[in-house]
Design a protein around this ligand. Structure first.
Ligand code: NAP
Ligand code: GLV
Length: 306
């Protein structure tokens, strides 16, 4: 069996030994122009040329959860695309979102500023009932985040394409229920895949539907958010703040207003990192399963884009 690896992050020196150790019978190599046809490709943000030169793969593995970079390429319709299915990302996402939520809810930034100034001050405790959290996307990551947030007794809403039943979560589905979901939400968390249907979803119209003093946490993709609309609503006071991990252009350009905005916290696309050993174990396990003719989780539906 032949496997090719390619990543725009140029980290093959770390992935190739891991893949070889996990699949000792396989010939694993870095993809470069003209590499011989392989059975499987393991990729992150590959070049179109790789796909053109490898049209008969048994499967194309994406070393992340989001496949938007792949969807922007011309994929062979017959080649299954398989994305990472948690592989250690869900718990990271849960801790990141809970951290951002609790930091905002408990006003820890304000306490830190006070104590740094040598001031022993108290703020009036806030009620969790006044901070319903709404999660856009109840998939592998969104559902894990919803359950984690519910553990802290916040009211939790979730929105997905198909109807769901998640204990402790008020579930909404479909575009027609989006306005009700937003109106019931004060802290909005985006965990949608980036598709034609979800691009720009956090725009002026939808963000205005959130409860007054709302807070936005974007951990999905930068293009879900219309930056100018967020800034205008922060400046008008309708939104209290935002924690943003993902951006339309990454790294975030030095001149972008998010860097210095007092109500915006920026992190460098780090909320849920691909963990190499967990990911290699998952991909290797799926290759073995596919070779046995079994079904595997995480297969992308190309028609819907995730
Ligand atoms: P997933 O399992 O595919 O879940 C996607 C969820 O979004 C599903 O609940 C799906 O609804 C819902 N959805 C998709 N299109 C929708 C639409 N048009 N309307 C309503 N709901 C819609 O994906 P995941 O593994 O949770 O990952 C989510 C995203 O997180 C990834 O695509 C990636 O962009 C991002 N991510 C970011 C980081 C980071 O470090 N910042 C790390 C990993 C992932 P159904 O359940 O009905 O299909
Ligand atoms: C990271 O952003 C991923 O999609 O895994």
């Amino acid at each position: 069996m032949r496997i090719v690896y390619f990543s725009a992050d140029q980290d093959a020196d770390q992935w190739l030994p891991g893949l070889r150790a996990a699949l000792p019978g396989a010939e694993v190599s870095l993809w470069t122009q003209g590499t011989a046809p392989a059975d499987y490709a393991v990729v992150w943000k590959p070049l179109q040329q790789l796909l053109d030169e490898q049209p008969h793969l048994k499967a194309l593995f994406n070393t992340g959860a989001g496949v938007d970079a792949l969807m922007a390429l011309n994929l062979s319709a017959g080649v299954p695309v398989i994305r990472l299915d948690d592989a250690g990302m869900a718990v990271q996402m849960a801790e990141y979102v809970c951290h951002a939520l609790i930091r905002h809810f408990r006003e820890f930034d304000a306490y830190e500023a006070d104590t740094r100034a040598g001031q022993w001050t108290y703020r009036k405790p806030r009620s969790r009932a006044d901070f319903p959290v709404g999660i856009l996307g109840l998939g592998v990551l969104g559902e894990r985040v919803a359950r984690a947030v519910a553990q802290f007794d916040f009211p939790v809403n979730g929105w997905s394409r198909s109807p769901k039943d998640v204990p402790g979560v008020q579930c909404y589905s479909g575009l027609e229920r989006l306005p009700d979901f937003l109106a019931a939400t004060r802290v909005l968390v985006c965990l949608l895949p980036l598709t034609r249907d979800t691009q720009d979803i956090m725009n002026q119209e939808n963000l205005s539907r959130l409860q007054s003093g709302a807070y936005v946490i974007n951990v999905a993709r930068g293009a879900h958010l219309v930056d100018e609309d967020l800034l205008a609503l922060l400046d008008s006071g309708h939104l209290a703040g935002a924690t943003l991990d993902v951006f339309r252009t990454e790294p975030l350009p030095a001149e972008h207003p998010f860097w210095k905005h007092p109500k915006v916290t920026v992190t460098p696309h780090t909320s849920a990192r691909t963990l190499r050993s967990e990911s290699i174990a998952q991909i290797a396990g799926k290759i073995v399963a596919l070779e046995r003719g079994e079904m595997v989780a995480g297969r992308v539906e190309l028609g819907r884009g995730y």
